[in-house]
Design a binder for this molecule. Structure first.
Ligand code: GLA
Length: 385
């Protein structure tokens, strides 16, 4: 749904029965171009922040609560300010909001009684990080201009998600929501928490395709992958005790010792180590405007997720395999946590129509579902509107 400020302000007034004029904030979703699940292994990731964002209208209130309404879910939730510090998750969408509020309190910020009206354009469960967009827009809305280092803001959002919501995520999504930049991708070093902006070739479109599949096993499988990577680190430390994360392992070293590692952690590690390298290679290829190489890296990354990390699914593999047969498509891969959601595709501008038509038709015929297409334009990170 496109962003219309007056609609959000009117929605706010109607929902909360007030004439107050709220202040508007936004935080973007993201599409990750390469480097999947590498963030919690302290490797590199390469997302772009999207022009699809989560918007929050906020105004002070006199009822003593933090009251929040989601336009998209048509649900309201309220928590007394005095209870935020000790609140427990309820497995509702409002956990993202109250988790952020609790983390802000822990970081020493006061929270005033307020009304928040949330309206998001980022499709939920699509691998485009609607949750980080909600967390970071909540954080900037509640901070209301109070100074807080950007990197701390990203870390706070991540803590809200891992500690309150209960999803042991890495830093990528919140970092992209904070540091996004119009016109460029972000190459993030998840160990140093620094980044560089990489301009993408102008003669290619980045198109996300939503499979409309949401696999509920997402969080439990994510936990399993985190644990399997830790097992791989423990096994690799037998060869070099200086290794603290898979980031410390080169492909060359891994190639020499991998046969001594049990098969499952071996395959998980192979994905992480190779995808971290592919981030470096994709950034280099982007700088050289080498679209065929960028496409090759996309597909290699997808196969690695499909066979080694095992986080793809049938529908997503079908979208990738169909896309790469369409002339003018350089590459295709799943993006995000996995088990459904979106693919991200590099498409020549002249091939966009054929790509959309061909993929839609094939997917509908095979799965009786209509995929959604999003033209991904790099946008700025979170802030006031
Ligand atoms: C989810 C997590 C991120 C990252 C991706 C996979 O989006 O929130 O931290 O691990 O999955 O790359």
């Amino acid at each position: 749904m496109a962003f219309v400020p007056s609609e959000i302000i009117n929605g706010f007034r109607k929902q909360f029965d007030t004439a107050a004029t709220p202040v508007l904030y936004r935080a973007p979703g993201r599409v990750n171009l390469i480097g999947e699940h590498t963030d919690y292994n302290l490797g590199f990731v390469f997302p772009i922040a999207l022009d699809m964002a989560c918007y929050i209208a906020i105004a002070p209130a006199s009822h003593g609560n933090l009251r929040v309404y989601s336009r998209d879910l048509q649900k309201e939730s309220s928590l007394p300010i005095a209870d935020i510090a000790t609140a427990q998750p309820t497995k509702q969408w409002s956990d993202y909001v109250f988790g952020v509020a609790q983390e802000l309190l822990k970081a020493g910020f006061s929270i005033a009684p307020s009304d928040l009206y949330v309206a998001s354009e980022v499709p939920a469960g699509s691998g485009l990080s609607s949750s980080a967009a909600l967390e970071i827009s909540t954080a900037v809305a509640l901070l209301a201009g109070r100074a807080f280092p950007k990197v701390e803001l990203a870390k706070l959002g991540q803590r809200a998600e891992s500690q309150f919501v209960g999803m042991p995520c890495g830093i990528m999504d919140q970092y992209a929501a904070v540091f996004g930049h119009a016109g460029a991708a972000l190459k993030i070093d998840c160990r140093s928490l620094g980044h560089e902006y990489v301009e993408l070739p102008s003669d290619v479109r980045i198109i996300a395709v939503n499979s409309m599949v949401k696999h509920e096993l997402g969080t439990s499988a994510y936990r399993e992958r985190v644990a399997e990577c830790q097992q791989a680190v423990a096994a690799l430390r037998e060869f070099d005790p200086k290794i603290e994360s898979l980031r410390d392992v080169t492909l060359e070293f891994f190639g020499r010792v991998q046969d001594s590692i049990p098969i499952l952690p071996r395959r998980r590690a192979r994905h992480i180590i190779s995808d971290t390298q592919r981030v470096v290679d994709l950034a280099a290829a982007a700088r050289k405007h080498d679209l065929p190489e960028m496409g090759r890296l996309f597909v290699a990354s997808h196969r690695s997720m499909q066979y080694d990390y095992e986080i793809s699914c049938e529908e997503i593999d079908f979208l990738v395999d169909t896309a790469i047969k369409i002339p003018g498509v350089y590459g295709s891969r799943m993006t995000g946590g996995g088990f459904g959601g979106c693919t991200v595709n590099l498409v020549a501008p002249t091939a966009v129509d054929a790509f959309r038509d061909g993929l839609s038709k094939a997917y509908q015929e095979r799965y009786k579902k209509t995929p959604a297409f999003y033209n991904c334009l790099p946008a700025e990170g979170a802030g006031p509107v």
